[in-house]
Write a protein that binds this ligand. Structure first.
Ligand SMILES: Cc1cc2nc3c(=O)[nH]c(=O)nc-3n(C[C@H](O)[C@H](O)[C@H](O)COP(=O)(O)OP(=O)(O)OC[C@H]3O[C@@H](n4cnc5c(N)ncnc54)[C@H](O)[C@@H]3O)c2cc1C
Length: 486
């Protein structure tokens, strides 16, 4: 297993092409850029905690391929206990980082590709599963960070990939030869991509026969020839060029450091291709990935919310209203919402089942319910934190003002709450609340792992409405004739 230091050193060896605000960054300096450094620190926690005896049980596991101890983020779930431990691990890391540490997307992509390639081989006689196992072994043996690359730019959402005015709106195969394939397109919102080693490309939706060129799943290094990354902006990101107080969470940042990843005719050798034209399986792959990824949110957002609750409680204490009844009530409500999110993630893990490949899969309906709750309850939790935090969260002077030789005294005097608590501490907690409940963090809860409607679509597929009608009809003494209602 890699240490955090090994991870960081290995990132420096890449020849990655990253643009930030229109500027191409030297590849060996990418991870030191103020916009990226925090995300590297957060991802490093998945390495450092795995090497700590305190977290070893949660963060490491025995590989089912080699029997060796590996980082859980490279593991294929072998039981419901593995699924549960994944959720517990995510909550534990989030409590330490207060933000996304990015490595779950590739983790979910690998578990998905493992079972879907098995199913494909069984049905079609292909050899994708064995190819994928070799890639997985490489990831496990080198403890690599893999970005999960599903979302395409998608252009006109009312049109299928092959109907788009620009054929590159979805990643597609433009050439096949005896050595491999060439792909073109882009992947959007790529969490942790610029500080990963590899990316696992997956189709973004179920495909039809006309879209067969778009049914492609493959792995490639993030610095493969033809790949470039355009780093996304975040709320208040220019503060990362300043001191640390105004950033709120200066060490780890906000969300996962997303990029728009361009694939300009990128060659991928056959041994790294795990789907190429088998459009019938793209829908299954998307659904499995979505469910694994939606399982996570009560874990990671549970841990992030633990920090938000703590910050709100501290702000109340530092401001002198910590003992007020309505504050306690609001904190209790935040706890209730947080544990509701966590409960869904645990529940879908407990109810997991084995796929034909042997890899364990979550209960899909419960996983979707959990993520759907996140699209609403995080807003409630953050609303309560902002209520408790006060208007100062939106109007606070800067760190430079606090440290200014002339006006610093006024900031120190007038931003103080309880006399015994230093003003700087109250400002730091206020900034943390601002950071964690602001725009970028909220949008991730809404759209990460799929927009709310994507979960609702799964309800109608999975919840067996007809059976519910039969329950009602039976109790009411109604004889259902399904042909009666047109
Ligand atoms: C912070 C963050 C991190 C992310 N990380 C990753 C990552 O690491 N890997 C990855 O693969 N993806 C990632 N995503 C992408 C995420 O999965 C998508 O944002 C999500 O699936 C929604 O897609 P979209 O952003 O293109 O929104 P859109 O598809 O544009 O959706 C916007 C709205 O339009 C609606 N809509 C869309 N299409 C239709 C239609 N045909 N008919 C009717 N309504 C429609 C949606 O329901 C939604 O309400 C991330 C997103 C965020 C915000």
């Amino acid at each position: 297993m890699k240490t955090a230091r090994d991870y960081i050193d290995s990132l420096r060896e890449r020849k990655i092409k990253v643009y930030i605000k229109g500027e191409l960054i030297d590849s060996d300096k990418v991870i030191d850029h103020p916009f990226i450094k925090g995300h590297v620190n957060a991802a490093s926690m998945t390495y450092s905690m795995a090497n700590s005896p305190k977290y070893e049980d949660l963060m490491t596991v025995k590989s089912h391929l080699t029997g060796k101890k590996i980082n859980r983020f490279t593991h294929i779930h072998q039981s419901t206990e593995d699924l549960l431990n994944k959720v517990k691990m995510l909550r534990t890391i989030s409590q330490q980082t207060g933000t996304c540490y990015q490595r779950c997307v590739g983790f979910d992509a690998m578990n998905t590709t493992y079972s879907v390639t098995y199913d494909m081989d069984q049905k079609l006689g292909t050899d994708y599963h064995e190819r994928f196992k070799k890639f997985l072994l490489y990831v496990q043996e080198n403890d690599l960070m893999v970005a999960g690359a599903m979302t395409d730019p998608k252009g006109d959402r009312s049109l299928r990939p092959s109907q788009q005015a620009d054929p590159d709106m979805f990643v597609h195969v433009v050439e096949k030869n005896d050595k491999g394939i060439v792909i073109r397109g882009a992947k959007a919102h790529m969490t942790g991509m610029v500080n990963s080693h590899e990316m696992l490309i997956m189709p973004t939706m179920g495909m039809k026969e006309d879209d067969a060129d778009y049914a492609v799943c493959c792995a490639l290094p993030v610095d493969a020839p033809g790949v470039l990354h355009i780093f996304g902006r975040q709320t208040n990101d220019d503060r990362k060029m300043e001191g640390d107080i105004d950033q709120g969470n200066a060490k780890f940042g906000i969300v996962g450091g997303e990029s728009l990843t361009i694939l300009n005719d990128v060659f991928v050798p056959w041994e790294r291709v795990f789907m190429c034209g088998e459009y019938q399986f793209s829908g299954l792959l998307v659904e499995r990935f979505a469910c694994y990824h939606r399982q996570n949110y009560g874990g990671c957002k549970g841990g992030v919310s633990d920090v938000v609750i703590g910050a709100a409680a501290l702000m109340a204490d530092f401001s002198g209203y910590g003992k007020a009844g309505h504050i306690k009530e609001k904190l209790n409500e935040m706890i209730h919402l947080t544990e509701t999110l966590y409960a869904c993630s645990l529940a879908c893990s407990c109810q997991g089942t084995a796929t034909a490949s042997g890899a364990y899969f979550v209960d899909p309906l419960l996983a979707n319910v959990g993520k759907h709750n996140v699209t609403k309850l995080i807003y409630d939790i953050d609303r309560l934190a902002q209520d408790i935090g006060g208007g100062i969260i939106a109007t606070m002077p800067s760190e430079s003002d606090l440290k200014h030789p002339e006006i610093g005294q006024y900031v120190d005097k007038y931003l103080r709450g309880v006399a015994s608590v230093p003003t700087e501490d109250r400002m730091r907690i206020g900034r943390l609340i601002e950071n964690m409940t602001g725009g970028t963090a909220l949008v991730e809860s809404m759209h990460g792992a799929g927009s709310p409607q994507a979960q609702k679509v799964m309800y109608s597929k999975l919840a067996n409405l007809e059976q519910k009608k039969e329950f009602a009809a039976h109790l009411a003494g109604v004889h259902l004739n399904k042909n009666e209602v047109k």
